[in-house]
Design a protein around this ligand. Structure first.
Ligand SMILES: C[S@@+](CC[C@H](N)C(=O)[O-])C[C@H]1O[C@@H](n2cnc3c(N)ncnc32)[C@H](O)[C@@H]1O
Length: 277
C-alpha cells in the first residue's frame, strides 16, 4: 500500500545518514517505482509526499557524491572512495546495485542517446558493475607503473576508477565517439590526469603501453580472435595480463599462451597472465 510505504520511509530518518547508501538507494528506487506507476486515483497528497521524500533523499545523495567528487579533484585518490569500495571475499553475481548509483553520480555520467546497432561481432555498451571493478582492482594489485587498457571502454568508468583507486595510468579505447566524448568530459571534470580515452576501433589501437588489458566482451568471433593474436604478440615483448568478463572469458581461457590466475568463473572477472613463449 502506497500509504504504508510513505509512512514507513518518512519515519526512517536513518536514510538521511550518508553511510546508509544501500538503504537510501533502495528507498529511492521504491519511490521511483511508485511515482512511475502512479494514478491520480492514488491520491495527490500522497504522491506529493512521495515526491518530497524522493527529493530529500536525492539531495542527501547529491551532497554525498559532491563531497566525494571534491576529494577526488583535490587528489584524494583511493581515500576518496574508501568505505564504499571495500573489498569482499566474493562479490555478488552480476547485476547493478547502490554502488553503481554512487559511481555514476560521482563520475557524472552523461549518457549519450542511442548509438545505433553495433556492427557484426561488436557488442553494445553495458557497464561492468562497480563492485566487480573494485574486485578486479583488489586482486590485480596494480602499481603506479602499471597501465590498464580497457578495450571497448564505453563511458569510461573502469579506467577512471582504476586511476582513482590505484593511482595507475589507464587508457580507454572505444569505438563510439559519443561515449568517448562523455568519458573525457567526466575525467576532465575530476581533474584525472592519468587517464586517456581514444576514439578508435580497438583492433587498430596502439597496445604497446598496456600491462593489463581488460575486456568486458566488447566483441566476439573473428574480431576477438584477431585481438587475442595481437595481444599474444605484445606478450612476446613484455609481461602482460588480461582480465575478462562475460562470454569472451571462455575463449580467452582456451588460449594456450595464457594461464589463469585464480578460478575462471562465469559471473566474476577472470585474470590471466601471459606465459613467455
Ligand atoms: C560490454 S561494453 C563494456 C564497457 C566497459 N568496458 C565496461 O566494462 O564497463 C563493450 C563496449 O565495447 C565497445 N566496442 C565494441 N566493439 C569495439 C571495437 N571494435 N573497438 C572499440 N570498442 C568497441 C562498445 O561500443 C561498448 O561500449
Amino acid at each position: 500500500m502506497l500509504h504504508d510505504l510513505i509512512c514507513e520511509l518518512e519515519s526512517d530518518h536513518s536514510l538521511e545518514q550518508p553511510e546508509r547508501l544501500r538503504e537510501r538507494v533502495d528507498a529511492m528506487e521504491r519511490l521511483e517505482d511508485v511515482l512511475a506507476h502512479a494514478q491520480e486515483a492514488d491520491g495527490t497528497p500522497l504522491l506529493r509526499r512521495a515526491r518530497t521524500l524522493h527529493e530529500k533523499l536525492a539531495d542527501v545523495q547529491h551532497r554525498l557524491c559532491e563531497a566525494i567528487r571534491q576529494a577526488i579533484v583535490l587528489g584524494g585518490g583511493r581515500q576518496a572512495l574508501d568505505g564504499w569500495a571495500t573489498p569482499c571475499a566474493r562479490p555478488a553475481p552480476l547485476g547493478y546495485d547502490h554502488l553503481d548509483a554512487l559511481v555514476s553520480e560521482v563520475l557524472c555520467f552523461d549518457e549519450p542517446g542511442a548509438t545505433g546497432s553495433p556492427a557484426t561481432d561488436m557488442v553494445f555498451y553495458q557497464p561492468t558493475p562497480a563492485r566487480h571493478v573494485f574486485d578486479l582492482l583488489d586482486r590485480a594489485r596494480l602499481g603506479r607503473e602499471d597501465i590498464l587498457v580497457d578495450l571497448g571502454s564505453g563511458l569510461g568508468h573502469v579506467p577512471m576508477l582504476t586511476t582513482i583507486h590505484c593511482g595507475a595510468r589507464a587508457i580507454g579505447v572505444e569505438y563510439e565517439d559519443a561515449y568517448v566524448r562523455s568519458a573525457r568530459h567526466s575525467a576532465r571534470a575530476l581533474k584525472l590526469d592519468r587517464v586517456d580515452f581514444l576514439a578508435q576501433d580497438a583492433r587498430e589501437a596502439d597496445l604497446s603501453a598496456g600491462t593489463l588489458f581488460y575486456l568486458y566482451t566488447p566483441f566476439g568471433g573473428g574480431m576477438l580472435r584477431d585481438m587475442l593474436a595481437r595481444l599474444q604478440q605484445e606478450s612476446r615483448r613484455r609481461p602482460i595480463r588480461i582480465a575478462t568478463l562475460g562470454p569472451c572469458t571462455a575463449t580467452v581461457a582456451g588460449e594456450p599462451w595464457l594461464r589463469a590466475q585464480g578460478p575462471v568463473e562465469a559471473d566474476r572477472i577472470s585474470l590471466f597472465r601471459a606465459c613467455s613463449s
